[in-house]
Design a protein around this ligand. Structure first.
Ligand code: ZN
Length: 64
């Protein structure tokens, strides 16, 4: 029987494939305990195991 709920379940590829960035509809990839949009670089927090896919709540990841 399952021992304990795991946050890894959230990042199952099948689940991730159904999630999209609300700002640009880009794909999301897990990075630590957050989800990073591959399209616009927004970083979405995961609160209590639930990804908060709200553009206004996201941080913009700066590259270089
Ligand atoms: Zn995006």
């Amino acid at each position: 029987m399952p021992a304990q709920p795991s946050q890894i379940d959230l990042f199952d590829p099948a689940v991730l494939s159904q999630l999209a960035c609300p700002a640009c509809l880009g794909g999301l990839r897990p990075e630590g305990a957050r989800l990073v949009c591959a399209g616009c670089g927004r970083v979405y927090p995961v609160v209590d195991g639930i990804p908060v896919l709200i553009a206004e709540r996201a941080e913009i990841l700066r590259n270089g």
